[in-house]
Design a protein around this ligand. Structure first.
Ligand SMILES: Cc1cc2nc3c(=O)[nH]c(=O)nc-3n(C[C@H](O)[C@H](O)[C@H](O)COP(=O)(O)O)c2cc1C
Length: 173
């Protein structure tokens, strides 16, 4: 049975519920990243994000989005650089940690300082270090666009996310 539409007085009228939308979006399988930066006081900030995607090859640009209500938002708004750490399968515990409001997210994992001090995670499948290029507020999220200034890649099994669950890479089709 279809979900009853939710009655949020601030939401524009849509013919589907927020839950149905999240369910449909979740059918799009993705990788998982931890996006990081330094805040104005030099503290490390990061969160799990699967909204990451390629934007442009030449010049090299990538994008991701952050919900407006996130406590990490002021740091990313002000940061000159951010790093996208593409997680390997073995890093699922870090994905869970960085998707939770724990006090010191960076107490686990081996971190180094990348461009502009943005934290780079050892053992990631790939890293995209970015200069902040643009940000656009749309709906309840901010779209961040970065110009890629350094990359790293490692042949590790990736962490995947589909249907609200973490997944492993299966057989090719
Ligand atoms: C697999 C996965 C993907 C996520 N992707 C995003 C995302 O793209 N953007 C976002 O704002 N939150 C995303 N989240 C939720 C954040 O990780 C979560 O709200 C986290 O607590 C945000 O950190 P904050 O408390 O500093 O805002 C995702 C969570 C998971 C588990």
């Amino acid at each position: 049975m279809a979900d009853a539409p939710q009655h949020d007085p601030h939401a524009p009228h849509t013919p589907f519920s927020g839950r149905a939308l999240r369910g449909a979006l979740g059918r799009f399988g993705t990788g998982v990243t931890i996006v990081t930066c330094l805040d104005a006081a030099g503290r490390r900030v990061g969160l799990t994000a699967n909204s990451f995607n390629a934007l442009s090859l030449s010049p090299p640009m990538v994008l991701w989005s952050l919900r407006l209500a996130s406590p990490s938002l002021p740091a990313f708004r002000a940061a000159g650089h951010f790093a996208i750490n593409v997680l390997a399968e073995a890093q699922v515990h870090l994905s869970r940690r960085f998707a939770s409001p724990v006090a010191d997210k960076f107490a686990e994992g081996q971190w180094t300082s990348g461009e502009g001090g943005a934290p780079v995670l050892d053992g990631s499948a790939a890293v995209f270090e970015c200069q902040a290029e643009a940000q656009h507020d749309h709906g309840d999220h901010v779209l961040f666009i970065g110009r890629v200034v350094r990359i790293a890649e490692h042949a590790l099994p990736p962490l995947l996310f589909h249907g609200g669950h973490y997944r492993k890479l299966g057989e090719g089709v």
